[in-house]
Design a protein. Structure first.
Length: 80
């Protein structure tokens, strides 16, 4: 089971929406952490250092096997 590490950054934009950036996909958690460390001092990222996340992803594995749902008033429901 081969895994990769997905790095993203999410920041709030004026309380209106979230800005999600795909930073990269890395072969190890250590290289993902190094990438984040290098970006935390860059313009924009330095003001939102807590917006980074690392997700461990298994290759050749379907993550969304239950279907597509949306949240409506705090409850999941099938998309119509």
């Amino acid at each position: 089971m081969e895994k990769v590490y997905l790095v993203q950054h999410v920041s709030d934009v004026n309380g209106e929406y979230e800005d999600v950036k795909l930073i990269g996909i890395f072969s190890s958690k250590a290289t993902a952490e190094q990438a984040i460390k290098g970006l935390k001092t860059k313009p924009g990222f330095e003001d939102a250092k807590n917006g980074f996340s690392i997700d461990e992803i298994e290759l050749d594995h379907v993550e969304w096997s239950e279907g597509y749902f949306i949240i409506d008033n705090g409850e999941p429901r099938p998309r119509s």
